[in-house]
Ligand binder design. Sequence first.
Ligand code: PLP
Length: 222
Amino acid sequence: MSEIALNLQEVLSSLPPHVRLVAVSKFHPAERLQEAYDAGQRIFGESRAQELCAKQEVLPTDIEWHFIGHLQPNKVKYIAPFVSLIHAVDSAKLLREIEKQAAKANRCIDCLLQLHVAAEETKFGFTPDECRALLAEGEWKKMPHVRICGLMCMATNTDDEERIRQDFRAAARLFEEIKEAYFADEPSFSIRSWGMSDDYPLATHEGSNMVRIGSRLFGIRG
Ligand SMILES: *Cc1c(COP(=O)(O)O)cnc(C)c1O
C-alpha cells in the first residue's frame, strides 16, 4: 500500500462518518493526487487557480474540485466551468464575480462564506458582523448562479486548544444563527468547513462536517 493510501486510511478512520474529507493537494504533483484517487479519494482542494486547472485537465473527470484558498476575482473565470465548491468567499465583490462567471458557464456554483474568527489580523474573511451585514443586505438573493451552502473558517494559529475551540464554536454558533434566519428551508445550507491537519479532531468535535487536510495526507512539500 502506498504511503498516501495509508495516510488516507488513517485519517478516514479517525473521522466521524458524516464528515467529508477534502484532500488538500496544493503544491503536490498530479501523480500524488492520482495515488490518493486510486485509494478512493474523490474530493480534492487546491488554492491556486492555475494549478487547479492544470490538474483538472490531466486527472479523472469524476473528481470533485474544491477551491479552498483566497480567490482573486480575476481568477474566477478559469475555474467557473468545473469547480464544485468555493470555500473562501470573503467579499461581496468576489460573490458578484462568481455569479457573473457561473452565468457565463451556465452553472450554479456552490460557495461557502469565509468567516474571520481567528485572532490574527492578516486572515481573510468576514467578521461575524460583516457576515450578518452581507446576508441582511440581500444582494445574494438576486444571484441565481450562486448557492451559499455554509460557512468556512480557519482557527487561530496557536497551540492553545482552548482558543482554537473558541474559534470553531463561534463559527458553529453563527452557522446556526444564519441557517435559522435565512436558510431554514434550504437543506443545501449544511456545510461547516473547518479543521486542518493539526486541528481537525477539535473541529469535528465542534460541529465541522467538512475537513480540509493536506500535510497529514501528502506530507510537507518544501
Ligand atoms: C493549506 C490549507 C489547508 C490544509 O492545511 P494542512 O495543515 O496541510 O492540513 C486547509 N485549508 C486551507 C484554506 C489551506 O490553505
